[in-house]
Design a protein around this ligand. Structure first.
Ligand SMILES: [Zn+2]
Length: 199
């Protein structure tokens, strides 16, 4: 899997909207094997979710605060559970020439940090790349540029990937999108409920 070398992610700021759901995911964050997790939740929960474990949440919120007023972002690591994405870890990859409305992730640094992260994991640990995150210091949801970048990435990705936008100034600070390649090269994106860790 070398797809992440293929294009630089360019993200920019734009329009709004999102949703959230209550959380009961702490035990999942400590469990590296999705096979051990039952499917009983899927009946009562919203269509698709991006669930944030405490460590990932902490990294995203503190890196965003550190870099204000400019955007920052990075990679999401975790695993997939049906159509949902569980984010166990987040990596921060500073952008080149990031501004209040722009974040372009540094590919070389992303590859190096991802490789370093993965080498620390056990061979049977399913944790891997599941998507991208970046901040919007000016509160707004994913822009057209953001969505286009994710569609390009999804074209070369095996499974669904998540985009998480963190806009701390808004009433509803997380925006989520899950993007996946369909048959014959089409890409679909679905708005996802972002579930922060319950404290
Ligand atoms: Zn953006």
């Amino acid at each position: 899997m070398r797809w992440w070398r293929q294009q630089r992610q360019r993200f920019a700021t734009p329009s709004a909207s999102s949703s959230t759901a209550p959380s009961i995911l702490l035990e999942k964050c400590a469990t590296p094997f999705p096979a051990l997790i039952g499917n009983e939740l899927s009946v009562t929960r919203p269509a698709v979710r991006i669930e944030l474990c405490p460590e990932a949440y902490e990294v995203i919120t503190s890196a965003t605060a550190d870099r204000l007023p400019v955007e920052t972002g990075g990679l999401l690591l975790g695993y997939r559970e049906d159509a949902n994405v569980l984010v166990t870890h987040a990596l921060v990859i500073d952008g080149e020439g990031a501004s209040t409305h722009r974040y372009v992730r540094d590919d070389v640094r992303a590859n190096a940090l991802l490789a370093a992260f993965l080498t620390q994991r056990a061979d049977d640990d399913p944790t891997g790349y599941v998507g991208e995150w970046h901040s919007h210091p000016v509160p707004s949801g994913p822009s057209q540029t953001d969505v286009a970048a994710m569609h390009a990435t999804a074209q070369t990705s095996d499974g669904p990937i998540a985009l998480l936008v963190y806009a701390p100034g808004g009433a509803d600070p997380f925006f989520g999108l899950i993007v996946r390649r369909q048959r014959v090269g089409r890409v679909s994106s679905k708005k996802a409920a972002v579930v922060p860790p319950s404290s």
